[in-house]
Write a protein that binds this ligand. Structure first.
Ligand code: GDP
Length: 152
């Protein structure tokens, strides 16, 4: 059978969390396959309480995503962060991501507000677009290199 641990020097588990529809699936597919889907069905997986613990178990990095055009998704970031902190090691590397930065005319969350929140909570922060691929690779790479620094 195929075991990823046979092929890599390092294997890090990252989780993607944040409200439904913020673009988690598309960020992942952009990073892993360079694909984007305009009509992707929103993922609801992590909202099932029963699998929450299993989802977080062993995670060493997290991308906590909100949608820059929907303020409610930013307001919910604190709740997601609490859930993350309740289920993971305190050393987990967390990046706050404001996704859909291509929708400039619809921006509802100011960059400065998100930046200030990240600083208070000791999170990394980036704005991305899964649609245009802006900063997607950088966001994942930054999280992975910060994890690498901790473990090596
Ligand atoms: P998830 O529920 O968090 O996994 O969100 P999805 O990845 O399913 O995306 C939800 C919707 O937002 C889909 O219609 C996507 O096409 C759209 N979407 C995701 N990322 C972006 C982006 O960066 N820009 C724009 N304009 N739309 C996006």
């Amino acid at each position: 059978g195929y075991r990823p641990e046979d092929d890599y020097d390092y294997l890090f588990k990252l989780v993607l969390i944040g409200d439904s529809g913020v673009g988690k699936s598309n960020l992942l597919s952009r990073f892993t396959k360079n694909e984007f889907n305009l009509e992707s069905k929103s993922t609801i997986g992590v909202e099932y309480r029963a699998i929450t613990s299993a989802y977080y178990r062993g995670a060493v990095g997290a991308l906590l995503v909100y949608d820059v055009t929907r303020h409610s998704t930013f307001e919910n970031v604190a709740r997601w962060l609490k859930e993350l902190r309740d289920h993971t090691d305190p050393n987990i590397v967390v990046m706050l991501i404001g996704n859909k930065s291509d929708l400039r005319h619809l921006v509802a969350v100011q960059t400065e507000d998100a930046k200030a929140f990240s600083e208070r909570e000791s999170l990394y922060f980036m704005e991305t677009s899964a649609l245009t691929a802006t900063n997607v690779e950088s966001a994942f790479t930054e999280v992975l290199s910060q994890i690498y620094k901790i473990v090596s």
